[in-house]
Design a binder for this molecule. Structure first.
Ligand SMILES: NC(=O)c1ccc[n+]([C@@H]2O[C@H](COP(=O)([O-])OP(=O)(O)OC[C@H]3O[C@@H](n4cnc5c(N)ncnc54)[C@H](OP(=O)(O)O)[C@@H]3O)[C@@H](O)[C@H]2O)c1
Length: 342
């Protein structure tokens, strides 16, 4: 029931219902009356109107901040493309010094240059960051001297069972453990800061038995949706535990369905085609970074909670389970301790 309610809350669902209702009425009307009653001009106007309303509904709430971030340092992971890049640009335009974590030092510097140019001489620094390597994360964290907002945005979807450099399942290791370790290393800078975890609605697709930390089932029959969901569920727990344990203002969020990003290009062909068809009911990257900006900057965002469509939302029952959140934290600490000298 909670899942159904959550689906129908999302602006993309409202937009899809509106579009389908219009298509169905047109089809039924034509079938019953045996002819299409509108002239060519009226049909064109109607089609344009339906398109524009569908697009508007998909956008949902927007958060436009007028905060001046001069003197603040914002870190955005995965800022090479998509939602992370759009958010980094917005922070730079607001006057913050933005540190972007991007795979490859040369690429990070090049993207930082582009963002500085696009933000009219904002300050953007690019450092190499590969969240699938704990050693690389440590090297990145060592370069950071100050953080006011940490946006744990990078994310990946892989279609078969693979592991990170440290032998952890790739989606869990990159999307969650990598960010967990980065946040841990930056903790001394974070006590007065905000931490924003870009999670996903996909966290709903984890069976109620939760996370098997041995990943035995996934090793035998890999489901990328299941593995992605696990990594995103753990990110919600991570934010709530950061607030509970340290009083840090930490937030998790679903950015909405954003089709013009790179993450879907790693999907299977059929999924990519479906996603392209869904463009009309999805957000652009600028619209998709709104809830990230809301969590990073708004006084209405609630620490320790999950957000979607620029509002506080209830996540799945599993995501609300504090005992499991605590267990996940402890298991992650063990996982990391077994691989690095902390
Ligand atoms: N788009 C959606 O509909 C949607 C929905 C729900 C949640 N999200 C979440 O939103 C976040 C941003 O995704 P997006 O849609 O903007 O996709 P995207 O364009 O693919 O952005 C993801 C970024 O993460 C980076 N990344 C991947 N693996 C990495 C690693 N090992 N180390 C460092 N960076 C890495 C990618 O860098 P490279 O260019 O080097 O690969 C990329 O820049 C993700 O966490 C995703 O799960 C997206």
């Amino acid at each position: 029931m909670k899942l159904v309610y959550a689906i129908f809350y999302e602006p993309e669902s409202i937009s899809a219902i509106f579009l389908l209702a219009n298509l169905t009425s047109v089809a039924l009307f034509s079938l019953i009356s045996g002819a299409w009653p509108l002239s060519f001009v009226s049909t064109t106007v109607y089609a344009i109107l339906v398109y524009l309303i569908t697009r508007r509904l998909a956008i949902g709430h927007q958060y436009i901040s007028n905060k001046n971030l001069t003197g603040k340092t914002v870190i955005v992971t995965g800022a090479a493309t998509g939602i992370g890049r759009a958010a980094a640009l917005d922070f730079a335009k607001s006057g913050a010094r933005v540190i972007i974590g991007v795979r490859g030092q040369e690429r990070a510097e090049r993207i930082a240059q582009d963002l500085m140019h696009e933000s009219n001489n904002g300050t953007v620094v690019g450092y190499d960051l590969d969240l699938s390597s704990l050693a690389n994360i440590k090297a990145f964290a060592d370069k950071v001297d100050r953080v006011d907002i940490l946006v744990n945005n990078a994310g990946t979807i892989v279609s078969s069972y693979t592991v990170t450099t440290d032998g952890i399942e790739a989606q869990f290791g990159t999307n969650y453990v990598g960010h967990f370790y980065l946040t841990k290393l930056l903790l001394p800078h974070l006590m007065q800061s905000r931490v924003v975890n870009v999670s996903s609605f996909g966290h709903y697709f984890v069976p109620s038995n939760g996370i098997d930390f041995t990943f035995a089932t996934l090793k035998n029959s890999y489901s990328r949706v299941h593995a992605y969901g696990i990594s995103k569920l753990a990110q919600i727990w991570h934010a709530s535990e950061l607030t509970r344990r340290y009083g840090i203002k930490a937030y998790s969020l679903h950015p909405g369905g954003v089709s013009d990003t790179h993450i879907h290009q790693r999907n299977r062909l059929l999924d990519r085609i479906l996603f392209q068809c869904g463009m009309v009911i999805s957000k652009t990257v600028q619209q998709g970074c709104m809830t990230t900006l809301f969590c990073a900057l708004s006084d209405d965002a609630r620490p320790g909670h999950y957000h979607s469509n620029c509002c506080v939302r209830e996540p799945s029952n599993l995501a609300c389970d504090q005992r499991r959140a605590k267990e996940c934290w402890e298991k992650t600490e063990e996982l990391i301790a077994a691989r690095v000298q902390v």
